[in-house]
Write a protein that binds this ligand. Structure first.
Ligand code: ARG
Length: 460
C-alpha cells in the first residue's frame, strides 16, 4: 500500500522500492506510531473530523493492532514503504474506509519526529535507570574496600597514592554528569511536534497543548519548518550516549589492565570473562573489551547523523530517513554496555594487597615527602630537588621508601624532619590531602556518603 499515488502514472520500480523502503528498521517505532495515532484520533475528534464513535472505534482498533504487532508473523509479506504506511494499511483491514480519515491534517514528516521522540524518551529512561545501577555498583565496590590504597597514575606511570574508593568515585562523577546530559537531552526530546503538518503547520485547528498533555510532552515546538528539518534532539542524545560510552571505554581499559597478571589487582567474575579455544589457562576480559570497542560504534553513530544532516536544505529531505539506524544502534549499544559494566563491577573482587604493595614499592610518596619538607620551611623548589635526589639514590641502591627512617633521612639531608619519615608510608601521606575533592580519607568518607545521598535523589 502507498499513502500517495494519485499523481503518478506508473508505480515505483522494484529497485527503488527496495532501496527506499524503511519498514525493516523503522518497524521498531510501531508502538510509538500507534500511541501517537491514538492521541491524534482524539485530536481529530476535537476539531470535528471524527465523531466520538469513530474515534472510539479507531482507538480500539489501534489497541488490537498493538496486540497483533506482538505476535510472530505480523510483518510477514509486508511490502509497505515504512511503518507509518503499514499501520494505516493494517488499520484499514480492521475498520475499513474509516482508516482513510486518520491522516487528516497530518504529515509523515511530523509523524516521524513524533514517533522518534516518543521512542527515544523511553530509551533515555531505560538508559538513566541502567546508569544509576552502574553508579550504585561502583559505590558498593568502593564501600567494600574503603581503606584500600592504590597508586594513582599519570602517563600510566605511578604518580601518587590514592584511595581505591577515590578512584572509583572519579568514575561515579563522570557517570553522574552523563546522567545529567541524558536528562538534558530528554528535555529537548520531550517536546510535541504534532500540528506542524508537512512543513507549514496543520490546516486544522488542533489544540496542540492538549495533544502534548495527552502524550506526556512537557512542551510544544514553536515552528513547523523547524520540526520538519530538525534532528538535533537526536544528536543531543547521541552526544550524551557517546560521552557515556567514552567513560565506559576508559573504565574498561583500566580494568582490563588492573585485572591482568601484570597488575593483578582485580579478579573479574567468571561470568563476565571467557576462555580460549586453544590456551587452557586463559581468562579473557571480553566483556570489557567489547564495551571499549562499542564506543567506536556509538561515536560512529553520532558522526553519521551529523554528516547526514550537514548542509541539508530546509526542510525535510529523505536523507533524514537515515537517522534511525544509527539512533537505534546507539541506544542498544549504550543500554547493553551499561548493563554489562554494572555486572562486571558488581562481580569484580579487589585484591587490596597487590596495589598496596605497588604503592609501597614505588616512589609514589615522593610528592608527599617534598611537601612535608616545604611545610617545615624548605622552599618547594629545593624540597623537590632533595626528594628527587633521595629517589635517585634509592633507585641506584635498590631501596624502597620503607628502607628509610627518620635517622637515615636526616643523614641524607639535614632538611628532613620526623614528619618526612612518616609520609614514607603511602597511607600517611594521603592524610595531608584533606581537602574537598582530594583523596584525604575523611573527605573520601564524606564523598562516599554524599554519593549515596545523590544516588537516592536520582531515583526520587
Ligand atoms: N520513512 C520516512 C522517514 O523516515 C517517512 C517520511 C517520508 N516523507 C516523505 N516526505 N517522503 O523519513
Amino acid at each position: 500500500m502507498k499513502l500517495w499515488g494519485g499523481r503518478f502514472e506508473e508505480g515505483p520500480s522494484e529497485v527503488f522500492e527496495r532501496f527506499s523502503g524503511s519498514l525493516h528498521f523503522d518497524r521498531r517505532l510501531i508502538f510509538a506510531d500507534i500511541q501517537g495515532s491514538q492521541a491524534f484520533a482524539r485530536a481529530l475528534e476535537s476539531v470535528g473530523i471524527l465523531t466520538a464513535a469513530e474515534r472510539e472505534q479507531l482507538v480500539a482498533a489501534f489497541d488490537q493492532l498493538a496486540a497483533d504487532a506482538e505476535r510472530p508473523g505480523f510483518y510477514e509479506g509486508a511490502t509497505d514503504e515504512d511503518v507509518h504506511t503499514l499501520v494505516i494499511r493494517k488499520l484499514g483491514e480492521k475498520v475499513g474506509a474509516l482508516s482513510g480519515k486518520i491522516h487528516t491534517g497530518r504529515s509523515r514528516n511530523e509523524q516521524v519526529s513524533l514517533d522518534v521522540r516518543l521512542w527515544l524518551r523511553g530509551e533515555i529512561d531505560r538508559a538513566l535507570e541502567l546508569l544509576a545501577g552502574l553508579m550504585r555498583a561502583l559505590l558498593e565496590c568502593a564501600l567494600h574496600d574503603p581503606e584500600a590504597v592504590v597508586p594513582g597514575y599519570t602517563h600510566l606511570r605511578r604518580a601518587q597514592p590514592v584511595l581505591w574508593a577515590h578512584y572509583l568515585l572519579a568514575y561515579f562523577e563522570m557517570f553522574a554528569r552523563d546522567f545529567e546530559r541524558l536528562q538534558q537531552a530528554r528535555v529537548r526530546v520531550n517536546v510535541l511536534p504534532l500540528g506542524s503538518g508537512a512543513l507549514a503547520g496543520s490546516g486544522f485547528p488542533f489544540d496542540r497543548e492538549a495533544i502534548a498533555r495527552d502524550l506526556g510532552f512537557a512542551a510544544i515546538t514553536n515552528n513547523s519548518m523547524d520540526v520538519s528539518g530538525d534532528r538535533d534532539f537526536a544528536l543531543d542524545f547521541l552526544y550524551a550516549a557517546s560521552t557515556a560510552m567514552l567513560h565506559l571505554s576508559r573504565l574498561s581499559e583500566d580494568w582490563i589492565l588492573y585485572s591482568s597478571e601484570e597488575f593483578g589487582w582485580l579478579e573479574l567474575g567468571d561470568g563476565v570473562t571467557s576462555g580460549s579455544s586453544l590456551m587452557p589457562q586463559k581468562k579473557n576480559p571480553d566483556s570489557l573489551e567489547l564495551i571499549r570497542g562499542k564506543f567506536g560504534r556509538v561515536f560512529g553513530d553520532l558522526n553519521s547523523l551529523f554528516v547526514i544532516m550537514k548542509g541539508l536544505p530546509m526542510t525535510y529531505n529523505r536523507d533524514m530517513q537515515e537517522d534511525k539506524e544509527p539512533l537505534f544502534d546507539a541506544a542498544d549499544q549504550l543500554c547493553g554496555s551499561l548493563a554489562m559494566a554494572r555486572e562486571v563491577v558488581a562481580t569484580a573482587k579487589l585484591r587490596p594487597e597487590r596495589p598496596a604493595q605497588a604503592a609501597e614499592e614505588s616512589w609514589v610518596v615522593a610528592t608527599d615527602l617534598a611537601e612535608a619538607l616545604a611545610r617545615s620551611g624548605t622552599a618547594f623548589h629545593e624540597a623537590h630537588q632533595i626528594a628527587g635526589r633521595l629517589v635517585l639514590e634509592s633507585v641506584r641502591t635498590g631501596k624502597k621508601p620503607s628502607d628509610w627512617d627518620a635517622a637515615s633521612l636526616k643523614a641524607f639531608a639535614p632538611e628532613f624532619t620526623p614528619e618526612c619519615a612518616a609520609v614514607l608510608n603511602p597511607s600517611e601521606g594521603m592524610k595531608t590531602r584533606e581537602i574537598t575533592g582530594g583523596t584525604g580519607p575523611a573527605h573520601v568518607k564524606a564523598a562516599l556518603d554524599a554519593a549515596a545521598a545523590r544516588l537516592k535523589q536520582l531515583h526520587a
